[in-house]
Design a protein around this ligand. Structure first.
Ligand code: PMV
Length: 324
């Protein structure tokens, strides 16, 4: 009997310039490039063991057994790279304060890519890990790296991967996550993006404007320009959500409390505070701001949200191996 184990930790990331639409469903090739910030606070630890004595894949998440079909198609990609690898046991734990509805497929598939490829005896480069993580979930492509990360859309499996833009973020930027809803998404990101690509009359304009936003946002990161980066992120997020409203049938991830948070941020901004928001495929609002001003922002948000709904997160590291 041969057994090989590895464990990895990967952190989640929040897109400032969003991926919202695929040009290849199977390979998960995005319509446009995207830019994200990896966060320290939210991460997934995953242990993978390949063992020739196992007769099936098994998958545990947060000590609960799940259907292995959630991980088997991804493990099959690893088995294609090393046909000696047999069935695997996968044990994952999401470290997300208060089970916050931010548990993301990004940290999950980035951790699984590193743990499974290492357990299978493969020594993949970070570029190849990023390509592999992409096959689990698009946003996982970026969680291989820490700090600011760009996903180059590419045209094939070979050239669609992430690159670090600023891994050791040494300037004053953080995010406040406002937890509004912990329930499952009404429309999954897979379904939502497919619907907008197929039905929104504005989709071509989204791709065009996002490509322009991305170039400007990468420049803003390099210049440590929080204000410009925040402006670009907020307007890009609102355009993504406008696509959803313009799809057929239309859908929205906003909840009344999302609008409350957005209004508080807009009001603070009118008072001279540098803060901007972004939302993904759910109602939670993420605020981009500096640590110098975060106390003031948390205090304003406290008028509408309980302390446990506001989580402060800082730039975080890339995926790494940990003790089994
Ligand atoms: O990787 P997925 O399928 O969870 O899609 C992520 C989509 C957004 O979070 C809304 C945007 C992004 O770039 O992460």
């Amino acid at each position: 009997m041969t057994s090989q184990k590895a464990s990895a930790r990967a952190h989640t990331n929040i897109a400032l310039i969003k991926y919202w639409g695929k040009k290849d469903q199977q390979l998960i090739l995005p319509m446009n490039g995207s830019l994200s910030l990896t966060l320290d606070h939210f991460y997934t630890d995953t242990m993978v063991e390949f063992n020739s004595a196992f007769t099936e894949d098994t998958f545990y998440l947060n000590q609960k057994k799940f259907d292995a079909t959630k991980v088997s198609p991804f493990l099959d990609l690893v088995r294609q790279l090393n046909p000696q690898a047999g069935y695997a046991h996968v044990i994952s734990k999401n470290h997300v304060p208060n089970a916050a509805g931010l548990a993301s497929s990004a940290s999950a598939f980035a951790a699984l890519a590193l743990a499974a490829s290492t357990a299978a005896g493969l020594k993949l480069s970070r570029r190849d890990l990023s390509r592999l993580a992409r096959r689990g979930s698009g946003s996982a492509t970026r969680s291989i790296y820490g700090g600011f990360v760009e996903w180059l859309p590419g045209t094939s499996d070979q050239d669609s991967y992430a690159v670090p833009i600023d891994e050791k973020v040494d300037w004053d930027i953080e995010m406040l996550a406002i937890i509004i809803d912990r329930k499952q998404k009404k429309v999954s990101s897979r379904e939502g993006m497919q619907r907008v690509v197929a039905t929104s009359p504005f989709y071509p304009a989204w791709v065009k404007s996002t490509n322009t936003d991305l170039i400007a946002a990468v420049k803003a990161v390099k210049q440590h320009n929080l204000k410009l980066l925040g402006q670009l992120a907020e307007s890009n997020a609102l355009r993504m959500h406008a696509l959803n409203l313009s799809a057929r049938p239309p859908f929205s991830y906003f909840e009344p409390q999302s609008l409350v948070a957005m209004n508080i941020i807009e009001k603070l901004r009118s008072q001279g505070v540098c803060c901007y928001y972004t939302l993904d495929a759910g109602p939670n609002v993420k605020v981009i701001c500096s640590t110098a001003e975060s106390r003031q922002i948390i205090s304003a948000l406290s008028a509408a949200f309980a302390p446990e709904q506001i989580i402060e997160a800082f730039p975080g590291p890339g995926a790494k191996l940990i003790e089994c």
